[in-house]
Design a protein around this ligand. Sequence first.
Ligand SMILES: Cc1cc2nc3c(=O)[nH]c(=O)nc-3n(C[C@H](O)[C@H](O)[C@H](O)COP(=O)(O)OP(=O)(O)OC[C@H]3O[C@@H](n4cnc5c(N)ncnc54)[C@H](O)[C@@H]3O)c2cc1C
Length: 98
Amino acid sequence: MMNTSHPVEHDLVLVGGGHSHHVELLRQFAMHRPEGVRLTLISRDIEMPYSRMLSGYLAEHYTFEDCHVDLAPLALAAGARLYQSRAVGLDLLTGRVL
Ligand SMILES: Cc1cc2nc3c(=O)[nH]c(=O)nc-3n(C[C@H](O)[C@H](O)[C@H](O)COP(=O)(O)OP(=O)(O)OC[C@H]3O[C@@H](n4cnc5c(N)ncnc54)[C@H](O)[C@@H]3O)c2cc1C
């Protein structure tokens, strides 16, 4: 899924696949992928609720599929590595997400 024509110069790691990450950043990467940037998404959940529709879901106006965003195809379109996991810390000395 990665664009391998350029060496990785920067690692961009998103912790959580909420609105700000999946709607904005993944969408932008899907439209235009910066060269040399490797994008990684770490998310506890793969199917993210669209919060605005949750009350309608509870009232049974919408199905689960109607009001959840599947991160897998978005990550694929954005060329991002997707890990279903929980980040537990940052190692600032080595620049790693734990
Ligand atoms: C019921 C409800 C209705 C809303 N309606 C509206 C609305 O109509 N209009 C509007 O503009 N806003 C609305 N909001 C607010 C909107 O949902 C939030 O502003 C928005 O979701 C924030 O996006 P975010 O990406 O910052 O965080 P979130 O969407 O909260 O996503 C954070 C993600 O990070 C994950 N995460 C957290 N910690 C870790 C970890 N350590 N490792 C891995 N993953 C982790 C969580 O599982 C979560 O998926 C509503 C919120 C609620 C609860």
